[in-house]
Design a protein around this ligand. Sequence first.
Ligand SMILES: Cc1cc2nc3c(=O)[nH]c(=O)nc-3n(C[C@H](O)[C@H](O)[C@H](O)COP(=O)(O)OP(=O)(O)OC[C@H]3O[C@@H](n4cnc5c(N)ncnc54)[C@H](O)[C@@H]3O)c2cc1C
Length: 491
Amino acid sequence: MKSSETSKHPVIVIGAGIAGLASACRLASQGEKVILCEAAHTYGGKVGEIKNKGFRFDQGPSLFTLPELLDELFVDCGKNPRDFYSYYQLPVVTKYIYPDGLQLKAYANLEDFKQELINKLGEKKQDLDRFFKHIEQVYDFVFPIFLENPIREFKKHLKSSWWESFKMLTKIESFKTLDASNQSWFKHSKTVQLFNRFATYNGSNPYRAPATLNVIPHLEHKLGAYYVKGGMRKVVQAMYDLAVDQGVEFRFNSPVSQILIENGAARGVVINNAEVPAKAVFCNMDINKAYPVLLPKERQPKLLLKQEKSTSALVFYWGMNLTETKFDVHNVLFSKDYKDEFDCLSKGAVSDDPTVYVYISSKTDPSDAPKGKENWFVMINVPPNKDQNWPGIIETARKNILDKLNHYFKEDVSAFIEMEEVLDPIKIEQFTSSQQGALYGNSSNSMFAAFLRHPHQNKSLKSLFFVGGSTHPGGGIPLCLLSAKIATHAY
Ligand SMILES: Cc1cc2nc3c(=O)[nH]c(=O)nc-3n(C[C@H](O)[C@H](O)[C@H](O)COP(=O)(O)OP(=O)(O)OC[C@H]3O[C@@H](n4cnc5c(N)ncnc54)[C@H](O)[C@@H]3O)c2cc1C
């Protein structure tokens, strides 16, 4: 194909997840003709929605952090984000409930949260101040050079000299596990458990993942956690509206079965046995599937594909015929033995005493449930799919979750469930093509895992860009937005 012919073709984006939508918007705003091909009948990928019997549930993400990254996408496309969506801060980020009955509130106001840790767990003010200062410094260091930039830039820093690399990795606490670091900061094991939980925000294990992940509580408690008006589905609705506004053409029910490579460059895709020529291709499919499925003849990044996957999720969506006052919007009921919980996950199993997360958006937006009722999103972390006996795991987990809730409420909670849907790793894999149903691509369960994420481009495949939670800088909405920004800037 002549280059003059090629330049007339559109850029094709494969997948309308967060990163696919963001890439499409950015490319269209740069003047490209963009066609977005999505296998499903709708946009959003993991950011789905369930509507049943008058209840509305966010199917996937529930917590919105770094809103400025989404706002920036709209501004970069010449639009006012407030014309598309808005968000606000809840007074309490999370209510934590421990097995012995102790409860504490992580207030949005950081000083109030610190005071709660002092009052309830006997932590010292100066230790908390030092901890939050420390994680702010790590964040300020990591964000601009690692998260906002191509991974190659960070590797360049590391290659500068052995001593400089060592100093840098020490500074970002790569050599310590998250648990070891938190043990050194806090007096009480319950505070350690609370801060260890942040490893699960990218599907990792706090007893193996580096303490660098302490940037996550900085995000949540210093920079803020938000609620999107209308729920998290509104995020992708707003992005879809922006994409349409920018002229992106959507083709739903259009699974791409191959990326066409000619002379080392992407020249199109195959959909339903038909070739669609392209000037360039942006791939939002999980990298672990994209190589073997879409690029089977190309050299496979074997080391990367072999990496341990992040955890998946088991979610029960329960329409509850009650309104109760003991829960907040976001609630966590901790397990007795957190280490054992993660040991089970590492073995591909689920503990009989899992930590349970309950998200009830109808507490802040009553239109999400019929009058006098609530929408409970009840989630536990589960291992990625390795052909375990999922019906058996789900049945046991449901019973264990209900036992925990019954114990807390001192009554049979199941009597109030009037509608139920379930999400498990197999469904996540079927709906979004995420390898083994992992929520965040590869896990961060080793010191070097973060550096082993796939870059936005494979140097030997020109005109082909990779975006999304399985690529650098990682999973979760903010990092997926950053991956799209990095890749489209490089285009
Ligand atoms: C239960 C749950 C809870 C979560 N909680 C949070 C949270 O609180 N906060 C947070 O920030 N993140 C959370 N996440 C993670 C977050 O949802 C993901 O990291 C993010 O949405 C992934 O976006 P992505 O761009 O990688 O695309 P994905 O969501 O993985 O979507 C990829 C899209 O590509 C399409 N596709 C794949 N292959 C093809 C093909 N060959 N042809 C055409 N289309 C294709 C798929 O159908 C899909 O629509 C959660 C996820 C889940 C499931």
